[in-house]
Design a binder for this molecule. Structure first.
Ligand code: TRP
Length: 341
């Protein structure tokens, strides 16, 4: 009986996106995609390549196209089974852009101006502070609200945008009744925040070059090893593997990574490396990462050669996604007073 109930009870819906504006890093794998793959049986999951968001910063068209497909191949290689998850490309589901425009009209100038990401990106791209960069969170709110999800797993840096999404949804619901479900932001606990290997106070970023201490999912083993061997550990005199985020952020970051790829606790790790210094710890983390990423890299490479398969995945995904998105959009149009077609 309980089995039957479990099967018929609707699963909670989960949605997230990643911008194909750079190659996928170890940080986005451990912080996001790995956790997503483990949730496919529990949740009804939607994931998309946020190409509409990517163009808020100038992109080379050929690179954007290649990266979008690579990202899809990598998602699948990381364990996101297209049979169990809805995988699609944002621009294939036109409802995102449409609801994005509408929500622009329910997002306040002051709110958008206060977004940390907007402030950071405007400082970095002084010659291209475009409207899209400013209204990025309204489009992200549309991405989310179209699907009425229960959970939106995001990294720390996107929490503010999800909060603004709540504000926008409440404002809209306040005027028109219960149109949008208010989702919970969901930050996975383990490995949620992988920092740069050369600057452990900054998040491991995909857009920057390898000197910034990032490891890419597709990096060959020797590059990964090199990155870990030159990882910054801390300039304390202790030379001891101990979790202390405050005083030893570099070591703490390596421990976070090692814990995420091996499943070991910090206490286990401290024990494993007790009496050994950073010189032994750094390559051990590197090797564990190499072995975790090896099958993913091989599978992604194989999938990239199978364009027909990828096309089939993203087309099926977009069809499923637009079916759900269209329902919400119709409701919104009606509530707003748009004349039905
Ligand atoms: N803004 C997110 C990022 O930069 C990507 C994204 C776009 C997203 N739309 C989303 C994430 C909707 C969650 C839900 O990482």
């Amino acid at each position: 009986m309980s089995e039957i109930l479990a099967e018929t009870a609707p699963k909670k819906r989960m949605l997230s996106g990643i911008k194909p504006s750079g190659d996928m890093t170890l940080g986005s794998y451990l912080g996001a995609v790995k956790n997503w793959a483990e949730r496919a049986d529990q949740f009804d999951c939607y994931y998309f390549m946020a190409d509409l968001h990517a163009i808020t910063v100038r992109q080379n068209p050929a690179d954007l196209r290649r990266r979008t497909l690579e990202q899809l191949a990598q998602y699948i290689a990381c364990g996101l089974d297209p049979e169990k998850n809805t995988l699609f490309i944002q621009s294939h589901v036109h409802q995102h852009a449409e609801l994005g425009w509408i929500l622009n009209c329910y997002s306040m100038f002051g709110e958008l101006s206060r977004m940390t990401q907007f402030k950071d990106k405007s400082a970095k791209n002084e010659d291209n502070i475009n409207g899209g960069l400013f209204t990025y969170p309204s489009l992200m709110a549309a991405d989310i609200l179209l699907y009425q999800p229960d959970l939106v797993p995001v990294g720390e840096d996107q929490k503010q945008h999800v909060e603004l999404c709540h504000t926008i949804a409440r404002r809209f619901n306040g005027v028109y009744g219960d149109v949008f479900k208010i989702p919970e932001p969901f930050v996975p606990k383990m490995g949620a925040r992988v920092m740069s290997l050369t600057n452990p106070l900054a998040k491991m970023s995909k857009s920057e070059n390898e000197d910034t201490g990032r490891v890419l999912l597709m990096d060959p083993p020797e590059v990964i090893m090199k990155q870990f061997k030159r990882a910054i550990t801390d300039s304390d005199t202790e030379n001891c593997v101990r979790f202390d985020k405050e005083n030893k952020p570099g070591v703490a970051n390596l421990m976070t990574i090692y814990a995420a790829v091996t499943g070991k606790s910090y206490a286990d790790i401290e024990m494993e490396f007790s009496g050994m210094g950073y010189g032994a710890f750094k390559p051990a983390v590197g090797e564990a990462v190499v072995e975790t990423l090896r099958p993913i890299r091989e599978e992604a490479t194989r999938l990239m050669k199978d364009k027909g398969y990828l096309e089939n995945v993203y087309k099926t995904g977009a069809e499923k996604a637009s079916y759900v998105a269209e329902k919400t959009l119709r409701k919104v149009y009606k509530k707003l007073g748009f004349v039905a077609k």
